[in-house]
Unconditional design. Sequence first.
Length: 292
Amino acid sequence: MTAPVIDSVTDAISDKPDALAAGLYIVATPIGNLGDITLRAIRVLTACELIACEDTRITGKLLNHLGIAKKMWRYDDHSEAGTRAGLIERMRAGSVALVSDAGMPLVSDPGYRLVEDARAAGVPVTVVPGPSAPLTALALSGMPNDRFLFAGFLPAKDKARGEVLAELAPVQTTLIFFETAPRLGKSLAAIAETLPGREVAVARELTKFYEECQRGSAEEVLAHFEAHPPKGEIVLLVGPPVEVEPSADDADTMLRELLKTEKPSRAAGEVAKATGLDRKALYARAIELKGA
């Protein structure tokens, strides 16, 4: 069974919400502005029997704001299998809501293990969608969004960070990362070195009073944050690889290399495939170079 359908504000804030069926309810919470909580989330948090959360202090503030008194069970990166097993047992008999400190649970979040175990145990799982920092930052930045890749946090160590960026360099999408304020400068410098020429955007304090989104080259954005050290939660975006039109000199270089072992027709075909240039024109040029 799924969470009840919410038809009105009155339904959402009712003092006596409908009981929830037993199972796990994955509930998105605000990433900054508490006004972004959904009506359905309010109803589920009010009606559930237990809330599993990363930090009871942070979730407690949200519940106090909503006027909800609820028992909480801490579930975070350090939780052991026994903790998950205990929660699974609670889900068999009653309703358990899973929340993260902010945003959609399971996005760079340990909750996926709990969902995996719940599904394996035959426990019903329901998602109550809502705010998401990566999607909010993508919309705010104006970066190409027809295709994008969320890659979590970049590694803290320089070598590993560079290796991850090099691995992702050929991917023809906007890249989205979470980043911390102290490491932002190193990450921007690594992007400038490993992914030269690609545009970046840094979105921070999303939905809050000091929300900011800086966009430009990695060098420009780095200079801004060196002058204005950042605070708060950060989403770092990197635009897709820049497509560079091949020049006549590039085509000649490729043709000369191929003509060492291939016939003009085959060399022209290979260069046309690699560059998108006209095959007939390339064949004519190959004949010229062959006879030179």
